[in-house]
Structures are given as structure tokens and as C-alpha cells.
Write a protein that binds this ligand. Structure first.
Ligand code: PMP
Length: 403
């Protein structure tokens, strides 16, 4: 049998050491369970950071992707492909947006969104209208453009002047208003800040941003990479809030584990990136498109939007009870649907709890220093949610008894 230790020693020899993974090596998954190479089972409460929306090895998803690869895997954007067109239609329908630009990841979707906003004004003869308003603690990805938007200084440190972005406090409409100017091309915002600590926008915030954008002509750009594709109980968060963005970045849950992303736009911005201004070799290839179409079909067939709401309520209630019972360890619970955060009291570190959870057989990850993040596959069962809550209770009570 292969051992965790032997593979980790190879990883330490060959993998570029830019991550700090847990001390085990995963090799198999089924639904919400995954197993390491030594056969230990873990309940997956993070879904590969909100990615594996339909769980692991969903038979329909596996079939859709394998059959597509056996039929036509890739052709490039020099040619139309049937799957890409069909996936765009489905995605436009569920998102209630007009145009779909495919790419391969969340940061690429945000890069495209930035380019869209800037080039829109370039096309209108306003080439200096380049500035973007973003928020403190926001996370939009690691490429240089997306990094310029990311509102946590430690992620940007050492990468030089990324330029032309003003960061303001999340939720503070007056600060946004004060930062606006004729050079602002867009405002980019997450409906819930995921990496920033599962921090929901205050009520009315997105509507307020819409009003500010309408008054100035700047674009409202939503990063729904983590919140989209059903996680909050609607396809996208803005559909629940009654706010229509100008463009939306989607990724993560979009491919259910297959690496894809998409920029969704309103028709008014269909001319902002004409041929030659943006592209991606793999974006919208038949394989990725088959994955997207299959995720949408499974979410519909298994009623996973309603599921995210009911299971999210169960998870929220369970975590809320843990907060009530252990106020010395837990400060609060926050989030929506199947994106929930348990905020620890100052002095406790999510990292330490996460390590202990791994030992017990639970994949829970942190968000920021003091928040435990729960973003399980949308196919999680009620029983598995209860199991996750019981595990959390055990973890928290052992912290309480240490104090
Ligand atoms: N935006 C948000 C809101 C995210 O949560 C993430 C990833 N955590 C990204 C963008 C970047 O996505 P990717 O890692 O696929 O580039």
C-alpha cells in the first residue's frame, strides 16, 4: 500500500512549495466522502473550496465528461463547437445574463471582467477611465490583475505597484461614494466575502452600489466565483437580491471539479471586447463546456438550489447552537445557504482547529485567521450535515476545555 509519508516526501522533493497542505494524500472520492492513500475516510465539508458542487465522482458528471472526451475534447476558438454553444445558452438562461465568455478559472474570469470594464470606456473614447473600486478583505485571485483588486495587503506584498485600484471598507456606501470619480470604470464586489472570512454584505449594500454605478456610468462587477452556481440557494446571489449586475465572474462550482470559468455580461457590453482584444486557448472547449452543462443539469434534476437552502438552514442552525453553547470559543455564525462561517473568539486560530479536524476525518478549511468555513458539496445529505455539526461540537468543546 502507498503511504502518506512516502508520497509527502516525494511532494516535498518535487512540488513547488507555495502551499501548506494537510499531512495526508487524497486519492479517491464518492459523494461527500474522500479517502487518503492509506484508506482513511474524510467527510468533505469544503468541496475543494466550493468547487465540487455535485460531489465527487457523480456518475452523470463522470459520464458527461468521459463521453465528451471520447467524442471531441478540444478544437480552440478558431472554430465553433456544439457543446460550447449549448453550455453558453444554458448558463445565460440560469444566470439571466445575456453573453457568456468562457475561461478556465476564477481569476481569469475576473481578469476578463476588468478588461471588459476598461475597454468599454476605451471604446467610448474615455481611455483614462481605468480605475476600479474594490473592497478591503476582498479576494479576487492571484494573477496580477486580479491581485490588484484583492483587498488583503499580505497577498499583494512584494509584487510591486499593481495600480489603479482604490480599496474601501466593505459595506460602507459612503466610502464608495467618496472614492468615486470620473476615472472609475467599475466597482467589483463579492456578495459574500469568501476568503475574507465568510462575510456577507450588509442588507441593501449591493443595491446601493447599483445606484452609485447608475449615477456615474461605472460598471457593477460581481465576483460570484465562490457564491455562484447554487451555493447560496439561487443560481447567483444577485438573483435573490433583485440587483442586476453589468458583469459577473463565475468559476469554482461551475465545472464541479473540472477547471472552468466564465464571464457573464449584459447585452449592453457585448461590444466591449471585440475580436482580438481577449481570448483563451481552452476557454469554452467541448470538454469544459460538457462539464458546465452537466453541472447545470444535475443541479436542476436533483433540485439542489432548494437543497442548498434547506441544508444551509440545517447547517446554520447547528453551527448557531454550537456558538450558543460555547461562547468562550465561538463569537458568531454567519453566511448563507451552503457557505457558512463559524467565527472563533480572539486568541483561537482557525488553522489549529482545521488541523485537529483533519485528524478526526473532516475536511474543514479556514477563511481568514479566525473563521472556520463550511462549503460542502451541494449534494450533502442531512445526515452528513449533522455529522459535520457533531464534529464541530467536539472540536469546539475540546478547545473550551483547554482554556
Ligand atoms: N474570486 C473569489 C471570490 C474566490 O473565492 C476565488 C478563489 N478562492 C477567486 C476569485 C480565484 O479563483 P481561482 O483560484 O479559480 O483563480
Amino acid at each position: 500500500m502507498r503511504s502518506n509519508a512516502r508520497l509527502i516526501s516525494l511532494a516535498e522533493r518535487y512540488l513547488y512549495p507555495n502551499y501548506r497542505p494537510g499531512p495526508f494524500v487524497l486519492e479517491r472520492g464518492q459523494g461527500c466522502d474522500v479517502w487518503d492513500v492509506e484508506g482513511k475516510r474524510y467527510l468533505d465539508l469544503c468541496a475543494g473550496v466550493a468547487v465540487c458542487s455535485v460531489g465527487h465522482a457523480h456518475p452523470k458528471h463522470v459520464r458527461a465528461i468521459s463521453e465528451q472526451m471520447a467524442t471531441l475534447g478540444h478544437v480552440s476558438n478558431w472554430f465553433y463547437n456544439a457543446r460550447g454553444i449549448e453550455a453558453a445558452e444554458k448558463l445565460a438562461n440560469v444566470s439571466e445574463m445575456d453573453r457568456v465568455l468562457f475561461c478556465n478559472s476564477g481569476c481569469e474570469a475576473n481578469e476578463a471582467m476588468l478588461k471588459l470594464a476598461r475597454h468599454h470606456f476605451f471604446g467610448l473614447g474615455q481611455p483614462d477611465r481605468l480605475r476600479i473600486i474594490a473592497f478591503d478583505n476582498a479576494f479576487h485571485g492571484r494573477t496580477l490583475g486580479a491581485l490588484s483588486l484583492t483587498g488583503t495587503p499580505k497577498y499583494r506584498e512584494g509584487f510591486g505597484d499593481l495600480g489603479r485600484v482604490t480599496h474601501v471598507p466593505y459595506g460602507d456606501l459612503a466610502a464608495v461614494q467618496a472614492a468615486m470619480g470620473p476615472d472609475v470604470a467599475g466597482i467589483i464586489v463579492e456578495p459574500i466575502q469568501g476568503e475574507g472570512g465568510v462575510e456577507p454584505a450588509p442588507p441593501g449594500f449591493l443595491n446601493g452600489l447599483r445606484d452609485i454605478c447608475d449615477a456615474s456610468g461605472a460598471l457593477l462587477l460581481l465576483d460570484e466565483v465562490q457564491t455562484g452556481m447554487g451555493r447560496l440557494g439561487s443560481w447567483f446571489a444577485y438573483q435573490n437580491l433583485g440587483v442586476k449586475p453589468d458583469a459577473v465572474a463565475a468559476a469554482k462550482g461551475l465545472g464541479g471539479g473540472f477547471p472552468v470559468g466564465a464571464l457573464l455580461t449584459r447585452e449592453a457590453f457585448a461590444g466591449a471586447l471585440p475580436p482580438g482584444t481577449h481570448g483563451s486557448t481552452y476557454g469554452g472547449n467541448p470538454l469544459g463546456a460538457a462539464a458546465i452543462a452537466s453541472v447545470i443539469a444535475i443541479v436542476e434534476e436533483e433540485d439542489l438550489l432548494a437543497g442548498a437552502r434547506s441544508k444551509g438552514a440545517l447547517l446554520a442552525a447547528g453551527l448557531g447552537a454550537v456558538v450558543q453553547d460555547f461562547p468562550q470559543v465561538c463569537q458568531s455564525r454567519r453566511g448563507e445557504g451552503l457557505l457558512q462561517g463559524l467565527v472563533l473568539q480572539p486568541g483561537f486560530l482557525a488553522r489549529d482547529v482545521v488541523g485537529r479536524a483533519f485528524e478526526l476525518g473532516y475536511l474543514i478549511i479556514g477563511a481568514g485567521e479566525r473563521v472556520l468555513r463550511y462549503a460542502p458539496p451541494l449534494v450533502i445529505t442531512d445526515a452528513q450535515i449533522q455529522e459535520g455539526i457533531s464534529a464541530t461540537r467536539r472540536l469546539v468543546s475540546s478547545l473550551a476545555s483547554q482554556r
